[in-house]
Design a protein. Structure first.
Lengths: 229, 416
């Protein structure tokens, strides 16, 4: 079975459906606290994004993008296992464990709100903004053809939720997923402008290098906290 | 092929870094052998000097890879000879203080993507190598597992954010009518992001406080100079960009606000460790302003400012290490404290210090940039920022002269 046969089979997922899949996985990554579920969503997002890349790139190059994305997920998965998904080791006291735990509440003036609710509200607002922006012809992406207008939704969604995740995350692994969403969003946009092999190869190299950087920082953080006990 | 400068700069540092890391691993494997902790720094010093010598002898200036050319021009050659010398000196110092040597293989490896960034054509592709370089530099910042991961993380994020702006600037250079913004303004935003200009300064102060004192000259001096070379190569190739009013305004405001913020934070600092990052912030703002100066004059000023920054940070680091890594040593080793203080004054750009030449070049050129009084006002505000830095430093230096039992609350100079 060739790539083109697969694409025919997946025709029902392509176009606007893929764009919404990308955005919904981005919302999921921002809102859900569990790193393993986030990573699963990121892998799914790379799949949906690859279906969008097919609309602007040669399908064989789009597959390379998908493979690079999944390789990034693999690196993050291995790092996640090595740092025990940012959970505290079992042999620490309650006080020491508090250093590993992400804050569960956010102080807003005299109110204390659960972190997940703040994230959900921010994600909802961002989703509304992205949806509104993607329907404004005045801010359509340059060189995007009329028949791929849904690309605006995917690109704006990935960039906005990537930034949101980078801003909200307190740990390298979770924040790194923001970086990868942002990079995928930009790559979707930039593939429209420049389809040179060198540019594509370098963007892939950056994704892999960033995965290594994020993993290194996640490991460092664990060692730092462990040493401080 | 063997005497190709670009090939040497791309492959040489990577091979050197692997060898140096292996020597370090060997040292850890046999901890009982005498002077084993110095093996890695010594190997790194030799590698940096060997690369410097080979670069001096390399005759070929161009290397074509997959249809793209890597061009080592005079600016690039001089720049990387300087960077390799800086690294050789730094690595030599880590042989004396081996506990500071964890960053060594990473900083050597960073030369490779930095060189590719400066040499590759078209220029926009250089941004991709900049991102690779910053990944390696982030690892160097964390190598000794002492600094909080926040600073390295923010640096990484800033470069990820700058990447689209660089690539867009490259695309807009070919299709100027596609966006309402000009390419020059997009490049200005990218420059502010990667050079730590206001409002993207959040990674600078924690990094300046926490990373190894011997990494700071390369991180804030050498690597930033390579970024400047990348930006100036672009600006020299398209001279119209520097004349763009948006480019001028955005960089001017960002540079000015960075200098004022640095001066203000230095003057308001309550502990000495807060003064040093503020002085650095002040100097970063000055570095950003060199992008306003047209043509080769701007590049030469940037070289002067950033070379002086490397020297200043090196002197400060050396002084700090000679003090034994704690301020209490100031009374017992006044010459070490003097070395550290001289580095601080040089970072401020005071006369009779290495930093003065660059500061003078910049401050004397800025008033001529605009016909009205704007340039003079800008220079005045920059001097006010410098005065804030001097005030902040002076307060703590006067307190350091007192016997230590009277000011135990004063933190150590350069302390992490």
């Amino acid at each position: 079975m060739t790539i083109f046969d697969w694409l025919d089979r997946l025709a029902f997922l392509r176009g606007e459906t893929a764009a919404w899949l990308v955005v919904l996985t981005a919302v999921f990554i921002v809102v859900v606290p569990d790193l393993r579920l986030k990573l699963l969503a990121l892998a799914g997002q790379y799949f949906a994004a690859a279906l969008l890349f097919v609309d602007v790139l040669d399908p064989r190059l789009a597959i390379v993008k998908l493979l690079v994305g999944w390789f990034v997920c693999l690196i993050l998965y291995m790092t996640g296992r090595q740092v025990n998904w940012d959970r505290a080791p079992e042999d620490v006291t309650a006080e020491e464990a508090s250093r590993w735990r992400a804050p569960k509440q956010v102080a807003l003036g005299r109110y204390r709100l659960p972190v997940w609710s703040v994230r959900a509200v921010l994600a909802g607002l961002t989703l509304l903004l992205v949806w509104w922006l993607s329907r404004q012809p005045s801010v359509y992406l340059p060189l995007a053809a009329e028949d791929v207008a849904y690309m605006n939704l995917a690109v704006y969604g990935l960039l906005a939720f990537g930034l949101l995740q980078m801003a909200l995350a307190t740990r390298p692994l979770a924040g790194g997923m923001g970086i990868f969403m942002f990079l995928t969003g930009f790559a979707l946009f930039y593939s429209n402008l420049d389809q040179s092999l060198v540019g594509l190869a370098l963007l892939a190299a950056i994704n892999l290098a960033m995965a290594l950087g994020v993993s290194y920082l996640a490991q460092s953080r664990r060692v730092l906290i462990a040493n401080s006990q | 092929m063997i005497d190709s400068g670009p090939l040497l700069l791309i492959v040489g540092p990577l091979v050197g870094a692997v060898v140096v890391a292996l020597v370090g691993a060997l040292g850890r494997r046999f901890p009982h052998v005498g002077h084993v902790r110095r093996w890695m720094p010594v190997a790194a010093t030799i590698a940096a000097l060997a690369l410097w010598l080979l670069l001096l002898l390399a005759a070929q200036d161009e290397w074509a890879v997959y249809g793209r050319s890597l061009l080592l021009n005079d600016i690039g050659r001089a720049l990387f000879q300087g960077l390799l010398l800086l690294l050789a000196v730094t690595f030599g110092l880590t042989a004396v203080w081996p506990e500071e040597s964890a960053f060594v293989p990473f900083s050597l490896a960073a030369i490779s993507p930095l060189a590719a960034m400066v040499m590759i054509r078209p220029y926009a592709l250089g941004a991709l190598f900049l991102a690779l370089a910053v990944v390696v530099l982030a690892m160097a910042m964390q190598a000794d597992r002492r600094a909080d991961t926040g600073a390295a993380w923010r640096y990484l994020v800033m470069v990820v954010l700058a990447l689209p702006f660089f690539l867009l600037a490259g695309w807009l250079a070919d299709t100027p009518a596609a966006f309402p913004w000009g390419a020059a303004r997009v490049l200005a935003v990218a420059a502010i992001l990667v050079l730590g200009g206001f409002p993207f300064v959040m990674w600078v102060r924690p990094a300046a406080r926490q990373v190894s004192v011997l990494l700071r000259p390369f991180l804030f001096g050498g690597a930033q100079l390579a970024v400047m070379a990348f930006l100036f190569s672009w600006l020299l190739a398209i001279p119209g960009w520097q004349a763009d009013p948006g480019f001028q305004n955005w960089l001017r405001w960002s540079g000015l606000l960075t200098v004022l913020l640095g001066g203000l934070l230095a003057a308001a600092a309550r502990e000495l460790p807060d003064v040093l990052p503020s002085l650095l912030l002040l100097d970063l703002g000055m570095g950003l302003l060199t992008l306003l100066l047209p043509g080769m004059a701007g590049w030469e000023t940037a070289v002067s400012v950033l070379t002086a920054r490397s020297i200043s940070l090196l002197l400060m680091g050396l002084g700090w290490l000679l003090l034994g890594g704690r301020g209490e040593g100031a009374a017992q080793r006044p010459w070490a404290a003097a070395l550290w203080l001289y580095g601080c004054l040089s970072l401020l750009g005071l006369p009779l210090t290495p930093g003065f030449a660059g500061r003078w070049l910049l401050l004397s050129a800025l008033p001529g940039l605009s016909a009205d009084t704007g340039g003079v006002v800008l220079t005045g505000l920059l001097l006010a920022g410098l005065a804030g830095g001097l005030w902040g430093l002076g307060r703590f230096v006067l307190r350091l002269r007192e016997p230590f039992d009277r000011h135990e609350d004063v933190a150590a100079p350069g302390a992490d």
